[in-house]
Ligand binder design. Structure first.
Ligand SMILES: *[C@@H]1O[C@H](CO)[C@@H](O)[C@H](O)[C@H]1NC(C)=O
Ligand SMILES: *[C@@H]1O[C@H](CO)[C@@H](O)[C@H](O)[C@H]1NC(C)=O
Ligand SMILES: *[C@@H]1O[C@H](CO)[C@@H](O)[C@H](O)[C@H]1NC(C)=O
Ligand SMILES: *[C@@H]1O[C@H](CO)[C@@H](O)[C@H](O)[C@H]1NC(C)=O
Length: 218
């Protein structure tokens, strides 16, 4: 489905990630946005992008941390995945947290207090095109290393004892969807690119203040 075809679904925007942190309209005032996948007729349609364990998923829980013993106001910090600029998580932790694509093709983020990015990773280009007041649905994409955007790949719950076919069946039954750059040489969890689904990353600007952004994503 083209983004333009989603205009009739504008009320949906209120349910997109991060929109609840806005006190007014979901208008991009500071370059911050949440992402929702669009691939109509698929199980990933309208699942939110979530950051967890240095990687990104569709659906599931975002993993944030805020040290309430030393940081005031942790309870007002968002638990949604909010991106800032083109390729950073919107965080308060000193040093920030960058987004990159690791050598396997997995969309990844740096750990707090570390700028470490593995050799062979790609830092972009990532491109955020904000929506407007009449059309709040913007877009986010990645075009490094011959990729065209993003894809979601099912993650087997366990791969220790079962055959590849059994793992794929299990992943299809109760999938966790991990986000990769849509590139032909990605190394994906089931080992089969054909299991992955390309998607449009809908970006909705959020008006989030520095006291409401996550402290850090873990
Ligand atoms: C953004 O949020 C701030 C603080 O809540 C508010 O003062 C401002 O009017 C908001 N801007 C928009 C465009 O919603
Ligand atoms: C985020 O989760 C933490 C821990 O459960 C909670 O204290 C905090 O209030 C939540 N933030 C928001 C904005 O709901
Ligand atoms: C994947 O292909 C791209 C484009 O040809 C290339 O830049 C990149 O190095 C390749 N990655 C791996 C891990 O081979
Ligand atoms: C899957 O198996 C490979 C090779 O045996 C191992 O390196 C990897 O850590 C396993 N992944 C999970 C999620 O258990």
């Amino acid at each position: 489905m083209k983004v333009s075809a989603l205009l009739s679904l504008v009320p949906l925007v209120a349910a997109l990630p991060g929109s609840h942190v806005s006190t007014t309209k979901t208008k991009d005032v500071n370059g911050a946005f949440g992402v929702t996948a669009a691939r109509s007729g698929s199980p990933i349609h309208f699942l939110p992008l979530t950051a967890s364990g240095s990687h990104f998923y569709l659906g599931g829980q975002t993993s944030t941390y805020c040290p309430s013993e030393v940081v005031p106001g942790c309870s007002s910090r968002t638990n949604s995945t909010i991106i800032y600029g083109q390729s950073a998580l919107d965080v308060a932790v000193p040093g920030g947290q960058a987004i990159y694509v690791d050598p396997s093709g997995a969309l990844s983020f740096t750990t707090p207090h570390s700028a470490y990015i593995p050799a062979g990773s790609s830092s972009g280009p990532f491109t955020y095109v904000p929506g407007s007041s009449s059309d709040p649905l913007g877009s986010w994409t990645y075009s490094g290393k011959g990729a065209s955007g993003f894809m979601a790949c099912p993650v087997p719950a366990s791969n220790s004892t079962r055959s590849a076919a059994a793992r794929r069946a299990a992943a299809a039954a109760a999938p966790t969807w991990q986000v990769f750059a849509a590139q032909q040489n990605a190394t994906v969890p089931t080992g089969n690119l054909g299991d992955c689904l390309g998607f449009d990353a809908l970006a909705v600007g959020v008006n989030v203040s520095s006291s409401n952004v996550a402290w850090e994503y873990i």
